[in-house]
Design a binder for this molecule. Structure first.
Ligand code: ACM
Ligand code: ZN
Length: 541
């Protein structure tokens, strides 16, 4: 009896040994731009195969380590890293300056091995991701993978390929951020927009103003469902220490992802006002919001101390985040308090701001506010991004506009010569429902963004002239967390819509095809299963 059990166990292991899956680049998401068969036959990547790379480049060494890690964890295949051993290598990683886009890649599979080159190390990384995604997810441990003899190449259509993460409405820990970043890298994305402050909490440690997290990161309840008069009395708290921020920034950078932090001003500031009520027009008191929506209380634009605080905050934000851009919000800032505040009115007078046909004096005061923050950040070598409201009172041409209330703001901004990132809520808000069966979905922000709508979005609008189109840096989806309080729910909302977004970000319109995408998606989601990510299944209906 005992003997029989041992034989059965050995058979199970051996069936794993004989397993040799066949890779297919035509199943990958985002689909490579070109896939050409160059000969009949195949190359088999086997256990123990050697990977070579340029040892003088730490990014290439990291790429090689990623390839080895992926092959080990995805397939149980052990690769040997031997820099500079091109002659004996089964996989050669290199930078090829003939590839004009630094994020572009080329994979050539020949009889003797695989070469993955990129315009820069980031391009090589995307080539590695494509290689791993060509191997079916349900493989399990294997002894080798058969690759067809092909040449595969791609360059992303857009330079800015973003996902947003709101860690304010609900807080998520470092481990979640890393899983989110892994997913972004898997989908070929390069920018994480990290929403770190809002009415409902302050989530980034600022050493000069410790109250921001000591008091501002805590709220003692949340509105129940959609009812703003009933509260659950469940405390929500949490923030990222500066060491944790550095850890997440570095983790992302290793995966070619830049993190752009957002400190949203002058509205969405109730958590900061709770700590510093003297910076509000009425003097408060203010509480960290327990409800969602647009709050009437915003930072006082007439008080110099407001700018002192913001400069102190941005000094530390700039030390923590090396990104070229800092997002300074600017959305949903009602100006009614400013209309009645003596300090704000004095500022309006001193700056000579007057109502005219296109903007009120208070709208121009917001422009003054944003420009002042922009100039401060410019003195530190940074550029700003703001939500499309900042166009209203006029804004300096150097500001990049994030178009969220539809695409009209993006079109207008591009006509005025601003760079634009498209995040229109009716296509790119992943906190909206993805199925119209609202009763059987977890509660979401009211709005309907099914997968097909995400897939069909083109950030370059038909009415844009070439000059306007040249200002569209790219496209991002936003994941606001009012109704999302767990990682499982966050991934459910993001997936598989991130897969559709990745093709909007990478593919030119002539390569996009909904039927091809959904065909590939049915096997692609098995990667989510394998890696333990929750995802919505209504695309299977
Ligand atoms: C936003 O959704 N308020 C930018
Ligand atoms: Zn004021």
């Amino acid at each position: 009896m005992k003997k029989l059990t041992i034989i059965a166990a050995a058979a199970a292991i051996c069936s794993g040994c004989g397993n040799q899956p066949v890779a297919d680049f035509g199943t990958v998401i985002p689909l490579p731009e070109r896939i050409e068969q160059i000969a009949d036959g195949q190359f088999v990547l086997k256990n123990g195969a050697v990977v070579s790379y340029d040892s003088g480049d730490s990014a290439m060494a990291r790429n090689a380590a990623f390839l080895a890690d992926f092959m080990k964890s995805d397939l149980g295949l052990k690769l040997r890293l031997e820099p500079e051993k091109r002659e004996t290598a089964a996989v050669v990683l290199s930078v090829d300056t003939l590839i004009s886009n630094p994020e572009g890649y080329e994979i050539t599979v020949g009889q003797d091995g695989i070469s993955i080159s990129g315009g820069a190390p980031g391009g090589v990384f995307y080539g590695i991701q494509t290689l791993r995604k060509a191997v079916p997810a349900q493989t399990g441990r294997c002894s080798g993978v058969e690759f067809p003899l092909v040449k595969v190449s791609a360059s992303p259509r857009f330079w800015y390929r973003g996902m947003h993460s709101d860690v304010v409405r609900h807080w998520f820990p470092v481990e979640y951020m890393k899983k989110y970043i892994d997913l972004m890298a898997f989908h070929g994305m390069n920018t994480l927009h990290w929403h770190l402050s809002d009415d409902q909490g302050w989530r980034i440690e600022i050493k000069r103003y410790p109250e921001l997290t000591e008091k501002g990161s805590y709220r003692d309840g949340t509105m129940a469902g959609r009812d703003t008069s009933v509260f659950d009395n469940v405390p929500v708290s949490g923030y990222f220490t500066q060491n944790e921020i550095r850890e997440v920034v570095e983790y992302a950078a290793d995966r070619y992802i830049t993190i752009i932090p957002e400190i949203d001003v002058p509205g969405h500031m109730m958590a900061a006002l709770h700590c510093y009520p003297e910076l509000g027009c009425t003097g408060g008191p203010y509480e960290v919001s327990k409800i969602w929506g647009v709050m009437p209380d915003i930072l006082c634009a007439g008080n110099e101390d407001t700018f002192t605080l913001l400069e102190g905050v941005f000094d530390e934000v700039c030390c923590l985040f090396p990104s070229e851009y800092i997002h300074i919000g600017g959305d949903e800032a009602p100006r009614t308090r400013w209309e009645h505040c003596p300090k704000c009115q004095a500022r309006i007078k001193a700056e000579g701001l007057v109502d005219d046909a296109s903007s009120s004096a208070e709208a121009k005061l917001q422009s003054y506010f944003m420009t002042r923050v922009e100039e401060y950040l410019a003195s530190k070598g940074r550029k700003i991004i703001g939500w499309d409201e900042i166009l209203e009172g006029g804004v300096s041409q150097s500001a990049t506009i994030m178009s969220w209330r539809g695409v009209a703001g993006g079109l207008e901004a591009s006509r005025r010569g601003h760079d634009v990132i498209m995040t229109p809520c009716d296509y790119m808000y992943f906190d909206y429902y993805q199925s119209d069966d609202f009763d059987n979905e977890p509660m979401a922000m009211t709005g309907y963004v099914p997968l097909e709508k995400v897939y069909g979005f083109d950030p370059i609008l038909p009415e844009m002239a070439a000059e306007e189109a040249s200002h569209i840096l790219g496209v991002q989806a936003n994941l606001w967390a009012e109704y999302i309080s767990t990682p499982e729910h966050a991934f459910y909302m993001a997936l598989p819509r991130m897969a559709a977004l990745s093709e909007v970000q990478w593919l030119y319109p002539d390569r996009k095809d909904w039927n091809s995408f959904t065909g590939r998606l049915s096997s692609f989601v098995k990667f989510y299963d394998r890696d333990g990510y929750n995802y919505a299944r209504n695309h299977l209906d």
